[in-house]
Design a protein around this ligand. Sequence first.
Ligand SMILES: [Zn+2]
Length: 550
Amino acid sequence: MKRALLLSLFAAAAAWVQITPAQVTKAETTDISGERIRAHVKFLASDLLEGRGVGTRGGDLASEYIATEFALDGLKPAGDNGTYFQNFALVGADPQPNTSLSVAVGGVTLPFRWLDDFVGVTYQQKPTVDFDAEAVFVGHGIVAPEFQWDDYQGVDVHGKVVVFFTGEPPSRDPKFFNGEALTYYGRWSYKFEEAGRRGAAGAIIIHTTPTASYGWNVVRSSWSKEELEMKLAPGAPAVGFAGWVTKEAGERIAATQNTTADQWLALADTRGFRAKPLPLRFRIHASAKIREMRTRNVIGKVEGSDPQLKNEAVMFSAHWDHLGVGEAIRGDAIYNGAQDNATGCGVLLELARAWAAQPQKPRRSALFISVAAEEAGLLGSEYYGKHPVMAAGKTALALNYDSLPPFGKISDVQVHGAERTTIFPVVEEAARRFHLTISPDPRPLAGTYYRSDHFSFARVGIPAFSIDSGHDLAGQPPGTGNRLSDEYNEARYHQPSDEYHDAWDFSGMELYARFGFAINREAANAPKLPTWHAGDEFLAARVASGVREP
Ligand SMILES: [Zn+2]
């Protein structure tokens, strides 16, 4: 009964993307090898590559290696001027402790202490920015027409400081901010961008642990070191100061208005919220060390076999960068990034080789993209999204690999975001073929979908998701995968101890590679381009890119 239901569901869904199960052919993936993935990982994670930092010799060596492998596999260069490289500039802004912030209200000045009460950096890529400006409370700082939500309605915030909370209005309705799961509107990066687009001089988040999903210690440590950003185009909007204040600092500001931060948050959560001009001024001196550097994405292409459809593509991606050489821990200063993300690069390179070796190429072309500067905030993939080799509206599907665990045979996989697209029946069918269960996101509220490179592609409308490790390992007690991942996060994640070991078992990685290969092969041969389901936050971008609603 259950099986029959599944089959009929699949048939109905498959008909929707105009393929029938009979056409879902067995992918020629027998040639994908975990041991070849191992060879790439061992090299990319070696001390010789010095942690593959952006703008360093080790990073250049890593990207050169990937380009060389693409060439050996017979991929065509798809970067700038007939090369495999897509070059771009980054700007580092390192906030300095003489940054100051105070609030003037009713003849009184409230000072706030750097790191203890507030953090922040200018997004204008200048060494100093000073202003003394009026403030407006804008709730969650969200403008989401598809949910009939506009926190900026009726106010002009040009030259002012906007104050808001991160997160989004609470919802259990899947049609309103995707229910309990976080949308991109809830992320601080969106809110600072929106404030910049509206001409705000500054933007301040009042931190609370529930709205941010992490404590002040995380904000404090990640905002007190150099921030890498895409180099601003001349005249591009950016806030002069993007900052956070603690809940306690927020309470002091709210108290001047005879209210509390919790009351402000309750207002922000309420349908029909209207922005409130605040009778106070922010005085801000933002000071930062600014430097410019260059880096590059690596892009290779395998041409499709169909004379028309070869002008469309499927994509595979994995970021090559890691944290370089940094603070020594137990005498080791090289942040090798073996799992994060030499593993994804190893899978990408093996997929490129196997795809190029197919005697009969799929109808659409395939792009293999190793992006830079993921660790700095998905910058390489953002650059690609804005400067695609194949237009977003000509790109069927993007599959990303980031930090795959080397613990051997797997029984499940996570593909968050896939269920939001019309390609999902193909993903489910591939999972069945490889005897993989699709496991749910254990923390939907944390917004993990927005923290890996596939998100940069989704933002321009491309159906995109990462193929991530599941909760379990084959033949082990349930949750073993989770337990080993927790151990990794605790002991090795973003530390010099994320190193390659000969004892690593690559059989799980081999299966993640085969699974992605099979999915993209179907997407490359399907008659129609996949898209996002009705009501999805990325559907408007997909339609704008020229792919009509299903
Ligand atoms: Zn990382």
